[in-house]
Design a protein around this ligand. Sequence first.
Ligand code: AVJ
Length: 319
Amino acid sequence: MSRFQLTRTLPEDATGAALRADVLHGLTRTPKELPPKWFYDARGSELFEEITRLPEYYPTRAEREILIARAPAIAAATGAKTLVELGSGSSEKTRHLMKAMPELQSYVPVDVSESALTGAAGALLAEHPSLQVHALIADFTRGLALPDTPGPRLVAFLGGTIGNLLPAERALFLRSVRGLLDPGDTLLLGTDLVKDEDVLVRAYDDAAGVTAAFNKNVLHVLARELGADVDPDDFDHVALWDREEEWIEMRLRARSTLTVKIPELNLAVPFEGGEELRTEVSAKFRQEGVRSELATAGMELTEWWTDSAGRFALSLAAV
Ligand code: AVJ
């Protein structure tokens, strides 16, 4: 029996249909907005990898530090035989965790990107000679059905990606994760933490301009996928801290009055000079907030681990 299985729960054209719907909705409302998931074509994914290596972008390094330090504690506390990873991407950080999990029999990476899933599986199968990998091509914000693998399960959602969901979306998402867990199963959740405004803003507006290129990449996606006649140089990258909401916002600000024509949607989108399009929310958390959001979704915070500088947290939650 092969140790690698790939299941597609998304139709091949789901991405195109969802992009059209999000663009039609987001660019005809006021204020304009697009969901951050459209950053991640091949170029956007490369730019994100580059961001994770920037001196200003601390979350990836901070989370890796916690995972390496706490992997044995996570393995002991969960006893997991199956690791499910939502938004697994390159599975790079998970490797540290898996090395410390002697009980692990099955790994279920879930991602919308088939190439990321197949790319990551090869190395993991080689490193773990008896591991089963059951990859799912799926949108984890929709209802997920998990393969029948041995329990207990540990569901990991790392990178602080939960911060890209708005509070109402977050509540729905955590409810759906709760629905995946049986008694004895656990959730491992990565969250970036509230900190000094300058540190936060610099992490999203780096000196080398990589985050600016990443932000503008969504305009390249619109041009390629929908034929939009948009020049990314007509927009400026904006990163700001909303202290009430406790989140970073990334926006694209039109440098002058202009119109973006999108023939495939029969749409002409007018921008006033200075008008902004919100492209990302990245919420930052506190322990009390994480505890209460988990509790509302029917889970209990059982461990809270931060990096030595207290910038990022990994939470373990039980049902
Ligand atoms: C995908 C959640 C890890 O919000 O920090 C990085 C994406 N955006 N720089 C984040 C991102 C701008 C990132 N995560």
